[in-house]
Design a protein around this ligand. Structure first.
Ligand SMILES: *Cc1c(COP(=O)(O)O)cnc(C)c1O
Length: 497
């Protein structure tokens, strides 16, 4: 099994090379040359397995240059022990007979990024021993909040790696900020930037692909890799939980073999929903992939009209991890849907960086409509949805999950499609306690973040997740703020080169 680049189809690399390099040198993203398939017998076999066993089976199909022992080591390390506070790792909860919430936030940082970022350091260190044995890996992350913390936690004190995280100074929740600024570990660095997430991400991408920077690192025995969802090693673990959710639906009797499930995903960078698309291509019977956005609804417009246009107002919302106007992983989808037309992808991506927009061909749009539905919701209805879901279904959703629930409710009402649906729940409500309290009780008291979490716990009779409760006693280690233009220097400073 080999990987190629969305912008240069002539390239052919192994899984280890794709994961070690993160992004292809001409700026394209690595994609599998062929998507492996699961038969009905494979799916039936997986029904009786644990999450860890399912993960090993799926990953073995994609990471063919990893030995069985290596995969065992990686997967056991990521999901074993007490790292996740659910035995099922990603449990399904009933909202109704037809709607199930897939809880992806039961890991050490209480957001779905843990699903991938607990595994990625294992994959990356295993892969880089083969693909770049003489280099220490530098992970550069731009984060809208949750990736940064999950990556820091995944990579902290991992041998032969360093990790640097940039976050928008005013674009993350107080809890997210505290999670990052108190991060422990000898090989970590954290810096706020004056700009939004897209600024941070564009700048990281530029530093990442700059030859001069790469040379300077190389002279110091270092090389960049990426923990952003552009890295294939971030995407592949996410395919697992959609396959696993289908098995759990079969196991519980909610569906029969071959029945479809729809999937709703609160979307930002398009990584999570793209993983569900790969699961569908593998043979998991997925009906519609429903893309849920907040007021930054660039994807809603794109998936319904075929025109991607980032020239619009950027909103800072109560669901900050979805405040994104450039969804990097869309490039992978377009590559597959265009019949692997790398010239076309170069044309679209050049237009995106030059004019901020592009329009896909009619046949791509048709394939999009066959597979995807899309909707968005504004701030007020996100908060109303948290309240009504709590009162009517006794389920406390965070601000991102609520966007997905609202878009699902709208979709069902509009289309009458009553296929069993898996709604991805991407964060603990305690990560966004202030907004969640305001939603449930009408207003949020003016108190520090921790008291907010305590009030939420009292009011709803739910427990503060242990990793968040523990933050209270941690020391703030990182306080610097950088301008966008100074990020490159900031990287050198943090690396001490
Ligand atoms: C990252 C994140 C998202 C968006 O996921 P993408 O893979 O970027 O589409 C949604 N919700 C939460 C809580 C997140 O952390």
């Amino acid at each position: 099994m080999f990987y190629t680049s969305t912008r240069d189809k002539s390239l052919k690399v192994t899984a280890s090379e794709a994961i070690t390099n993160g992004i292809s040198k001409e700026g394209g993203l690595f994609v599998p040359c062929e998507i492996p398939t699961l038969t009905d017998a494979d799916i039936t076999e997986m029904v009786g397995m644990s999450y860890i066993e399912r993960a090993k089976k799926i990953l073995a199909l994609y990471l063919t240059d990893f030995s069985k022992e290596e995969l065992d080591y990686c997967v056991n390390g990521a999901y074993g022990g007490e790292k996740f506070d659910s035995e099922k790792v990603a449990p399904l909860c009933d909202l109704s007979e037809k709607a199930k919430v897939l809880e992806l936030f039961r890991g050490p940082t209480c957001a779905f990024k843990d699903m991938a970022l607990q595994l990625l350091p294992y994959l990356l260190t295993t892969a880089s021993k083969r693909a770049a044995p003489d280099k220490e890996i530098v992970i550069l992350v731009a984060t809208s909040g949750d990736t940064g913390k999950a990556a820091l936690e995944g990579f902290k004190d991992v041998d032969r790696t360093r990790i640097l995280v940039f976050y928008p100074a005013h674009g993350v929740s107080p809890m997210q900020k505290l999670q990052m600024t108190t991060q422990e570990g000898q090989n970590v660095g954290v810096c706020a930037i004056n700009g939004n997430f897209d600024d941070a991400q564009s700048s990281v991408k530029k530093i990442f692909t700059d030859k001069k920077v790469a040379e300077k690192l190389s002279e110091n025995g270092l090389m960049f890799s990426s923990a952003n969802s552009i890295n294939w090693g971030r995407l592949v673990p996410q395919i697992v939980y959609y396959c696993s959710a289908y098995c759990d639906l079969l196991e519980s009797g909610a569906i029969k073999m071959g029945d479809k499930m729809n999937v709703v995903v609160p979307t930002g960078n398009f990584g999570n929903i793209l993983a569900a698309y790969y699961a569908k291509q593998m043979g998991i019977p997925v009906g519609k992939l429903i893309c849920a956005s907040n007021s930054n609804n660039v994807l809603t417009d794109f998936l319904t009209t075929g025109t991607y246009d980032r020239n619009r107002n950027f909103f800072t919302t109560v669901s900050p991890s979805m405040d994104i106007l450039i969804s990097s992983n869309l490039e992978r989808l377009l590559f597959h849907l265009s019949g692997e037309d790398d010239a076309k992808i170069r044309e679209y991506m050049n237009a995106l960086s030059k004019d901020g927009k592009y329009t896909v061909s009619a046949d791509i749009l048709e394939k999009i409509s066959e597979n995807f539905a899309a909707g968005y919701t504004d701030e007020d209805s996100t908060l109303e949805t948290i309240k009504s879901t709590y009162e009517e279904k006794n389920y406390l959703a965070d601000t991102h999950t609520a966007v997905a629930i609202k878009v699902y409710n709208d979709y069902e009402e509009k289309t009458g499609d009553n296929t069993v649906t898996v709604i991805a729940a991407t964060a603990s409500p305690y990560k966004f306690a202030k907004s969640v309290i305001a939603a449930v009780s009408g207003s949020a008291p003016k108190v520090p973040e921790f008291e907010m979490a305590e009030i939420l716990s009292k009011e709803t009779g739910t427990k503060i997740p242990a990793p968040l409760a523990g933050l209270k006693d941690k020391k703030v280690r990182f306080t610097s703020i950088s301008e966008i233009e100074d990020m490159e220097q900031c990287v050198y400073d943090l690396l001490g080169i």
